[in-house]
Design a binder for this molecule. Structure first.
Ligand SMILES: NC(=O)c1ccc[n+]([C@@H]2O[C@H](COP(=O)([O-])OP(=O)(O)OC[C@H]3O[C@@H](n4cnc5c(N)ncnc54)[C@H](OP(=O)(O)O)[C@@H]3O)[C@@H](O)[C@H]2O)c1
Length: 252
């Protein structure tokens, strides 16, 4: 049974692979047998990720908001005949801002990184030349904030809700090409992103966040394991869905 949950002979592209959840996804996918294409911006941290892999991997230093660099990178992969069995879209940025402080210029960068750049890359990896004959699987990192609300999270929520909504339409549109599209919605996972958040600045705020999760805060591996399930052939009938991996945050 366990042997079914593997990514042997699969090539998995992971964005945000230089940190947090994306890095853990790279490590766990390689443990499951995948060849990893690790996308991120910081080359030192991308190399650190590669050093931790169990199988072959390559990194690509790409600012996903820079469409020219994305085009160049994807063209070179296309020219060398690389096919991509799965993608984990983990690159993302967060913000906590009360409504009274929101201006359009505060929304745009979050939307660009969390939504537009992911859709742009999804366009590339679903091109015919990249899709193996058995199809492929796209996994987007949404968040519990895409489905429920929290004070100060208007901009982040709108980006995570948008990717959730977009993933369902992509799932319908791409099903005939055997491309599955799903989201994972984590609760708070301990990563550099959550370490930098307002709620990590003092013990009291942190305790409040912990208490919202009946099983406590998550580890990046908790999300990586869920992503592996969605990438594996065992999930061949799963598309257009959203998997909460949140320690019970949304159960209450
Ligand atoms: N941590 C949580 O509690 C939590 C909860 C729910 C959902 N999520 C979602 O899970 C995903 C991963 O979060 P994380 O906690 O692992 O964050 P993280 O540790 O801060 O890592 C973010 C990653 O995104 C990459 N990135 C950001 N902007 C980019 C850009 N323009 N181009 C290319 N790469 C870019 C960063 O690359 P460089 O560092 O190389 O620049 C980094 O690898 C995000 O989408 C986040 O919204 C996180």
């Amino acid at each position: 049974m366990a042997d079914k949950f593997n990514l042997k002979e699969k090539t998995i592209l992971i964005t945000g692979a230089s940190s947090g959840i994306g890095r853990s996804c790279a490590i766990e996918c390689s443990r499951a047998g995948a060849t990893v294409l690790a996308f991120g911006r910081n080359e030192d941290r991308l190399q650190e990720t590669l050093d931790k892999l169990h199988t072959r991997g390559r990194y690509f230093s790409v600012d996903l908001n820079d469409t020219e660099t994305v085009d160049q990178t994807m063209k070179s992969l296309e020219e060398e005949g690389t096919t991509i069995d799965g993608v984990i879209f983990s690159a993302g940025i967060s913000t906590t801002l009360p409504l009274r402080m929101i201006t359009p210029d505060k929304i745009q960068p979050i939307f660009d990184t969390n939504v537009s750049s992911a859709i742009y890359l999804a366009k590339w990896v679903t091109r015919k030349k990249f899709v193996p004959k058995n199809g492929s699987s796209l996994v987007f990192l949404s968040s519990v904030m895409g489905s429920v609300g929290e004070s100060g999270k208007t901009i982040y929520s709108l980006s995570k809700g948008a990717i959730l909504a977009a993933s369902r339409s992509m799932a319908v549109e791409l099903a005939s090409k055997k491309i599955r599209v799903n989201c994972i919605s984590p609760g708070v996972v301990e990563t550099p992103m959550s370490d930098g958040a307002v709620y990590s600045r003092n013990e009291e705020a942190r305790k409040k966040i912990e208490d919202l999760h009946p099983l406590g805060l998550g580890d990046p591996e908790d999300v990586a394991n869920a992503a592996i399930y969605l990438l594996c052939d065992v999930a061949k009938w799963v598309t257009g869905t959203n998997l909460f991996v949140d320690g019970g945050y949304t159960a209450k």
